[in-house]
Structure formats: C-alpha cells, structure tokens
Write a protein that binds this ligand. Structure first.
Ligand code: ASP
Length: 325
C-alpha cells in the first residue's frame, strides 16, 4: 500500500470486528493490534477504539462520542484522514451525522465495515478496510463531508443507503450512484461534493419518524407524534398522505413543532404536487419538504438543528442545502 500520510483508524465494532461465540452469537470482539493483524493492513496507520458494539446498538450519545473522537484525530497535524470501522446497519446515519458535524475540517473521513464476520476466510472486511485507508489519504475527499467506502465504491453520506441484508455490495446511492471507485491503490472520483453548513457536535433531540401506510390517518400521526419536539413523515410517493394528516400537521406546526416530509420511496424527491391530502396540503399546513433526503437522515438533521437551537428560518435554509446534492 502506497501509504505516506498517517491514517487514524477508529474502531466501533460491527461485523468487521465480530467473531462467533460458542453459542453461535456473532459479537463485536476484535480491537487494536488483533484487529489490524486479522485485517492484514499495514503502513502509516494508528488505531484507537471508540466503542465496540453492533451498530444496531448505537444511540445518539454514541454518535456524539464517535464524532468527538473523529475531530480529535483530525486535529492532529500528522493525521491526513480518518477511517471509522462500523457496523453496516446504521453506518449511513453515522456517516451523515459526521458529515454535518465534522465537515468544517477539510480532511477525509471514510466509514467502512463488512458483511461477513472476521471468522470467514473470505471476509470482505480486509479489502474494505484497505480501500478505506487508500481513500483517507486523498485530500480531495476531505472537501464534502464523510463518505462510505464499500465493495470498491465510494458513496456520499447524504445519499447512501444499505440496500441488502447479506450481499457483499451492501450499499447503493439509488438516486446518484457512487461518487468514486477504488481500484487497488487508485482512487477515482467522478463527482465533487458541495460543502454544506456544518453544525456543532451535539446529542440530537429525539424527533418522531413516522412511516405512513395505507389506513394511517391524522389520528395515528397525532398519537405517534405526541411529546416530540419535531416530526419527520415518511409519506407516500411524492410526499402525500391521507387527507386527515394535513390537519394534524397544521396543529403541530402551530404548536411550534417542525414537520419534515420525506418519502417511503427509495428513489426520487418529494415535492408538493397533489391536492386533497397530497403534498400541496401538507405544504399549506406548514410542513417542509426534504427533497431526496431519506427519512432516517432527515431525522438526524432535524434532531441536530433542534439541539443546536437553530432558528426556524435558518432551519429551512439548512434543510434546503441537505435536500439535494
Ligand atoms: N450487520 C451489521 C454489520 O455489518 C451489524 C452491525 O450493524 O453492527 O456490522
């Protein structure tokens, strides 16, 4: 590996660091030198542990703590970039959180992991880690926030999603495709990413994420939104809902609870188009539209904006930036 600048590897657990126990449970186990030895990577790297859990066990405090570790590593002048090893289940949310909170430091932050645990002879972890270390040394990848490197592809945190429970090509950006590829030691970038407003590292406020399904009315939305300081709706298609939902949205907004509309669809943007309960009515009721941002990521963004006490007008501006590439 052509490794000049130092890369800090921050481990958090996940399948890449997991081994099966005697009872068959696969548990995050490896850290430090043992992790490095098993992955077979070398060069100018340093390793530290943030947490050692499956990413399904992350909470918002974990996101904050990982971000603090990332910023701490990036602030060292010798470190050219950081690799975060992570479970695949919620990697896209951590990547997005890191994008928002660490992108003011113009050095690459690359997340990676594995679909096969470390007991497999042919685990994908070693290749993924090797690729991520290569990417972390490319200064141009420090310009647009954190990235996920997986199965040879590089993805923008805002766009990427886990699309497969077991396949080695676990991630996709269904709207925009990968932003680059890694071919041995060569990193090819097809698209530059824009810099967006960054925010202070904070524990996001917990906001309601409500996925609509046929038969769900304003009454369900009212119950599910109860007590939350913000709501993200994963609405139908273009951003539509049962006609009774718009009354509930109006009530929430009048009470100072921001409501963001995203889509259940995996591809395409929301936009106010339809009346009679469609997006036009949700917009009239005061909801904001999140473009092609997923519901899960809109939840992170809204939670961070609330905990950072960002003013309503500024929230609309920031949401606008993150709603499109
Ligand atoms: N399947 C997951 C992984 O790839 C488990 C987790 O998210 O930690 O690591």
């Amino acid at each position: 590996m052509n490794n000049s600048g130092r890369v800090q590897i921050i481990t958090t657990g996940g399948t890449i660091a997991s081994l099966p126990r005697e009872n068959g449970d696969v548990i995050a186990t490896l850290n430090g030198d043992e992790f490095i030895r098993r992955m077979g990577v070398n060069g100018n790297i340093e390793i530290s542990e943030s947490v050692k859990i499956g990413s399904f066990g992350f909470n918002y405090e974990t996101l904050r703590d990982v971000a603090l570790d990332v910023v701490n590593a990036l602030s060292s002048p010798e470190v050219v970039g950081v690799v975060v090893t992570h479970g695949t289940d919620t990697m896209e949310e951590t990547a997005f959180y890191l994008s928002i909170t660490t992108s003011h430091i113009k050095k690459p932050v690359i997340l990676t992991g594995a679909q096969l645990d470390a007991s497999y002879m042919a685990s994908d972890g070693a290749n993924n880690l090797r690729d991520a270390i290569c990417a972390a040394q490319v200064p141009a990848l420090g310009e647009g926030g954190a990235l996920i490197s997986f199965a040879g592809f590089l993805y923008n945190a805002r766009e990427v999603t886990k699309i497969d429970t077991t396949a080695i090509e676990a991630f996709e950006s269904l709207n925009w495709g990968p932003i680059g590829r890694i071919d041995k030691d060569d990193v090819w970038i097809s698209r530059r990413l824009s810099t967006k407003t960054s925010m202070k590292i904070a524990v996001p406020s917990s906001v309601a994420l409500i996925r609509l399904a046929v038969g769900m009315t304003g009454e369900e939305v009212r119950k599910m939104a109860q007590g939350y300081p913000g709501v993200v709706l994963q609405a139908f298609g273009r951003g539509n809902a049962h006609p009774s939902v718009s009354d509930e949205v109006r009530r929430l907004v009048e009470n100072g609870v921001p409501v963001i509309v995203t889509s259940r669809c995996m591809r395409g943007s929301v936009r106010p188009v339809y009346g009679n309960g469609g997006g036009k009515d949700l917009e009239r009721a005061g909801a904001w539209f999140a473009g092609d941002l997923s519901g899960e990521k809109a939840r992170v963004l809204l939670g961070l904006m609330i905990s950072n006490q960002i003013h309503c007008d500024e929230m609309i501006k920031i949401l606008g930036e993150y709603s499109h590439p």
